[in-house]
Design a protein around this ligand. Sequence first.
Ligand code: SF4
Length: 52
Amino acid sequence: MNRNNSIGCTVCECKFHDNNKNFCTLERINVVKHTIAADTVECTDCGSFQKK
Ligand code: SF4
């Protein structure tokens, strides 16, 4: 899978992670919030993550 230079990512545990550089290999991802109202960076996550 080719890396997507528009999506930087450091989650190397994800099966879509480019193992050589810190990028995602998907064409698009879903960014989600896991609180009702997001007010810090910790409230958001990648919703496209899948464990290797
Ligand atoms: S799907 Fe999300 S967590 Fe996985 S490599 Fe792409 S951006 Fe990172």
